[in-house]
Design a protein around this ligand. Structure first.
Ligand code: SAH
Ligand code: SF4
Length: 366
């Protein structure tokens, strides 16, 4: 098997180039800043130092489904044939939060102003078994390597000819997998993305179902993206039903761990809350959420549950969503209801599942 260069940090590239640190730095820039897709475009001088059997090793965008809202869902093929999913959401989330109507604003390429969010995966499948999530049905096959995690970003940026630093790109680790059960590879990928590709940590959000020891480790990182905690329930009883992992780490433990993360004055912790019809969407639940978060600098993102085959929940009534939102806002909690992206192509939160083997999930773009 060929050695993949993409995913190696500067020290590893330096060893691969037998200690030629100046060349290693050039290669590092070519791989991450310039995102070269082909070693042949390196200068002959640099190419001469790269081992003959080395390849870049980008993941491959094997299939694309395009939503009416401009979202693209990619089936991404890895070197060993495993597949994951990555999602491209033009315009980004900020406008969604404010409820602006984006339908008539054209595709990203036509707007002339590039702004988008990329949602990447951290594992093949997921072991956490949240009852409302389609990815959970897969179980976990394996962790992704740092190169496979950062590689999703590179290939999607290349597909859209994005100029990092000019175009506004946000990154969320909210695809398949639990990032904090693949901690070392995820954090190495973050360093490659921040220091190499050039997307600032402040534009990256890692979402976790709540792996307490990892949250504590994360608090001590120097390059630290934003954190989103998937709370999804107002108390331990309901959380245990919908997220069995809550038996291991209780809400209070998670919130204590979250409080160890240093935040500056205007920093916040994102709290994700999937609204499940009749389960966690009632006014008393909103009151309990307020109580839980009372001494945390939090922003709550309400996510209307996205359905999936074989999952026995129902969507919340829109009036209940609005009421829940209002209770939080009226009590001073910054709250946003996420507009679902790419639901028609199964690209929305919790709908990611390997589709090559699941052709019934592939819907034709309208
Ligand atoms: N494993 C991580 C990140 C991936 S899931 C985590 O759980 O945080 C990203 C977000 O999607 C989480 O907040 C999760 O609660 C939410 N989610 C999962 N399934 C969903 C569904 N069917 N509808 C809406 N949101 C869902
Ligand atoms: Fe895994 Fe997140 Fe889905 Fe839970 S919600 S099963 S942690 S991907």
């Amino acid at each position: 098997m060929q050695a993949s260069l993409f995913g190696q940090d500067l020290d590893e590239l330096t060893s691969a180039l037998r200690g030629e640190s100046r060349r290693a730095r050039q290669l590092w820039r070519a791989l991450y800043r310039d995102r070269v897709a082909n070693l042949d475009i390196l200068s002959n001088r640099l190419r001469a130092f790269v081992p003959q059997d080395a390849s870049i090793g980008h993941p491959i965008l094997a299939q694309t489904a395009t939503s009416v809202d401009g979202t693209e869902r990619y089936l991404v093929r890895l070197a060993d044939g495993e597949t994951i999913e990555t999602v491209w959401m033009p315009e980004g989330e900020a406008e969604d939060f404010n409820g602006r109507d984006l339908r008539n604003r054209g595709r990203l390429a036509d707007t002339g102003y590039k702004r988008a969010t990329i949602c990447i995966s951290s594992q093949v499948g997921c072991a956490v078994n949240c009852q409302f999530c389609l990815t959970a049905k897969l179980g976990v096959k394996r962790n992704l390597t740092a190169g496979e995690i950062a590689g999703q970003v590179a290939v999607v940026l290349n597909r859209h000819h994005i100029r990092v630093g000019v175009d506004r790109i946000n990154l969320v680790l909210m695809g398949m997998g639990e990032p904090f059960l693949n901690y070392d590879h995820v954090m190495k990928a973050i360093r490659l993305i921040v220091e190499g590709i050039g997307i600032p940590a402040s534009r990256i959000t890692i979402s976790t179902s709540g792996i307490e020891p990892s949250i504590r480790r994360f608090a001590a990182e120097t390059i630290r993206p934003n954190l989103a905690l998937s709370l999804n329930a107002p108390n331990d009883e309901i959380r245990e039903q919908v997220m069995p992992i809550n038996r291991k780490w209780k809400i209070a433990d998670l919130l204590e761990a979250v409080k160890t993360i240093p935040l500056n004055k205007r920093g916040w912790i994102n709290v994700e809350y999937v609204l499940l019809g009749g389960i966690n969407d009632q006014p008393e639940h909103a009151q309990q959420v307020l109580e839980l978060l009372k001494d945390i600098q939090a922003k709550v993102n309400l996510i209307v549950w996205n359905p999936g085959p074989g999952i026995a929940y129902t969507q919340p009534d829109p009036a209940d969503v609005a009421r829940f939102h209002r209770i939080l806002i009226d009590n001073g909690m910054p709250t946003f209801t996420r507009r679902p992206r790419g639901r028609d192509i199964y690209a929305a939160c919790g709908q990611l599942k390997r589709t090559l083997e699941q052709p019934e999930l592939v819907q034709v773009a309208v």
